[in-house]
Write a protein that binds this ligand. Structure first.
Ligand code: BEZ
Ligand code: FE
Length: 289
């Protein structure tokens, strides 16, 4: 045996011993997870010929990631988002079902208990930005309306910030409403604009180190729920957006890119008078639960 062969045998032997250490795990799923993760982590370290200094740096990075977590900030989810893991898990857990609307990343800015607005109401609640008239329908995969579906919407203002990123406890640019008896909905929101994910922590450092932008493609978040249907968490994206497919969290899907038509003057829906506004249509299809 050459020294190389001895080395390879030792490395593989260690992986085998560690994998076997989970033989007594009574929960079969936990055992499968531990074995698979160990195999893949060791394979990565061996493929990279990871140095001790690099291992130290990785531990320090993960430690800083944990330390950055607070009641209102989850840096590990952000890490999962920028590595595309969140989108991979979302994709696997929301498989295609007929023409059901595709899901995308949830993000950290949903707040339970957002105010209710009537159909045609304004979810901006004073947030800055160009008004956007949003209309659409909620249907099942057979094309039948889903009356009364609950629709949660939230977005950033034109300065790229969600209400929860201000320190004054405001509630703005978020609401919930219910589809009407024909499954249709309409509301005033804001024309989405690009903004960065929180990048003042370790995830931001990592993005800078690899030369990646923290910007998200312009989007408006939706969460749609109705009894007997799979919960849909998604966004709509703006056709022609400057960030587009370079979205920092890989959330963009072709089917979710919508045309926002700009109107410069004239009467606007619900009797509004604004100098510039857009409109967009989003027809939502829910998969059965
Ligand atoms: C967002 O849409 O706001 C978002 C999504 C993932 C990570 C950070 C922000
Ligand atoms: Fe967002």
């Amino acid at each position: 045996m050459t020294e190389n062969d001895v080395q390879t045998t030792r490395e593989q032997g260690l992986v085998d011993i560690v994998v076997r250490s989970f033989d007594g795990t009574s929960d079969a799923r936990l055992r499968a997870i531990m074995e698979t993760v160990v195999r893949h982590v060791h394979a990565a370290a061996r493929e990279l010929r990871l140095t001790e200094a690099e291992w130290d740096a990785m531990i320090a990075f993960l430690t800083r990631t944990g330390e950055a977590c607070t009641d209102t900030r989850q840096e590990f989810i952000l890490l999962s988002d920028v590595l595309g893991l969140s989108m991979q898990v979302i994709g696997m857990n929301n498989p295609p079902c007929g023409n059901a609307t595709e899901a995308t990343v949830f993000g950290p800015f949903f707040v339970d208990g957002a105010p209710h607005i009537e159909l045609g109401g304004d979810m901006a609640f004073g947030a800055s930005g160009e008004p956007c008239w949003v209309t659409g329908s909620v249907r099942d995969t057979e094309g039948n309306p889903v009356p009364g579906a609950r629709i949660e919407v939230w977005e950033a203002d034109e300065d790229g910030r969600y209400d929860v990123q201000y320190s004054d406890d405001r509630t703005a640019a978020r609401a919930h409403l219910f589809a009407d008896g024909n499954g249709e909905f309409r509301f005033w929101g804001l024309t989405p604009t690009p903004y960065p994910i929180p990048h003042d922590g370790p995830v931001g450092e990592m993005l800078a180190a690899v030369g990646r932008s923290p910007m998200r493609a312009s989007h408006l978040h939706f969460m749609v729920t109705a009894p007997a249907f799979r919960r849909l968490v998604t966004h709509i994206f703006v056709d022609g957006d400057e960030i587009g497919w370079k979205d920092a969290v890989f959330g963009v899907k072709e089917s979710l890119i919508k045309s926002f038509t700009r109107h410069s003057s004239g009467p606007a829906p619900e009797g509004r008078s604004v100098s510039s506004w857009t409109d967009v249509t989003f027809d939502i299809v829910l998969a059965p639960a």
